[in-house]
Design a protein around this ligand. Structure first.
Ligand SMILES: [Zn+2]
Length: 289
């Protein structure tokens, strides 16, 4: 009797382990608008440093050649460049969300019960979201509110993927100047780092945190120079990319990382099998395939 049961029990345990693993893989993406990597490295950012120093990182990553917010955030959320997602200005005229939806929709199609949250300080970012893509998409008026809402969600909700967007660094760049050594810009980055610390503390205080396998991705949409951005020049198109968590391959990522890799890496960690017909441009970076 025992010999007949054992393989079945073994199979059940294996199936439980496989399904348990998939369910426990979760993703937090923190997007810090308009943050130059050289300024990030010059600022005092202990919370962000902790993530990249223990994880995978690139400070030579690239964003879309049209380095404006709407274009770049859409690339990050869809995994394709602007020639496919069709957002070419911040007016978001005719985004091709049918062929190239927000990655939340692909995750929903894979797991309808998944919980997908987005909290942003710059409301247009949500223009590519279609009905039902997000479990909840929240627009708030300050980075403080983004951080507070994110912490509440993480502590109180069943979350599988959470995207949060901080905007004050970009505001500082536009009003006081973008640059590797601009004091106001660095101060804003340091304030964003405090919010990152709050959000990570909220993540770690989740009741089941020890049983969950979180991938934390931190990046930005573009850099800047003088008082703006939008051009195809290194000061505007060079961004940073951090992948932190148990599955991160520690150290500097040798390959070129692009903003479009973020949706693809997130989907991979969430267990979603990519299909060729999706025609995605991004690849998995910073975690093993
Ligand atoms: Zn921006």
């Amino acid at each position: 009797m025992k010999s007949k049961c054992t393989p079945i029990v073994g199979l059940l345990i294996m199936l439980f382990m496989i399904s348990g693993t998939a369910q426990n893989n979760k993703v937090l993406i923190i997007g810090i608008d308009g943050t130059r990597p050289d300024a990030l490295l010059n600022a005092n950012t202990p919370n962000i440093d902790d993530l990249w120093q223990k994880g995978a990182y690139s400070f030579k990553a690239k964003t879309d050649e049209i380095s404006s917010s709407g274009i770049c955030w859409t690339g990050m959320m869809t995994g394709v460049w602007h020639d496919k997602h069709n957002v070419t200005t911040n007016a978001y005229k005719n985004p091709n969300v049918t062929e190239y939806p927000h990655f939340f929709r692909r995750y929903k199609q894979f797991d309808a019960a998944s919980k997908r949250y987005s909290i942003v300080h710059w409301a247009p970012l949500h223009k590519i979201l279609q009905e039902g893509d997000a479990t909840d998409a929240l627009n708030v008026k300050s980075d403080v509110a983004v951080s507070e809402k994110a912490v509440t969600r993480l502590q109180e909700e069943d979350v599988d993927v959470l995207f949060v967007h901080l905007d004050d660094v970009d505001h500082a760049g536009h009003s006081k100047g973008f640059g590797a050594k601009k004091p106001s810009y660095l101060t804003a980055i340091e304030q964003a780092d405090i919010h990152v610390g709050e959000i990570i503390a909220g993540l770690k205080s989740r009741p089941n945190y020890k049983d969950e396998n979180w991938l934390v991705l931190v990046s930005t949409d573009h850099g800047g120079s003088d008082f703006g951005h939008g051009k195809d020049i290194p000061e505007h198109t060079t961004i940073f990319y951090i992948a932190s968590g148990k599955d991160a391959v520690k150290g500097e990522i040798k390959e070129q990382v692009n903003v479009i890799d973020i949706a693809v890496t997130a989907l991979h960690h969430l267990g979603v099998e990519r299909k060729d017909e999706w025609n995605l441009d991004g690849v998995v970076r910073g975690i093993s395939e």
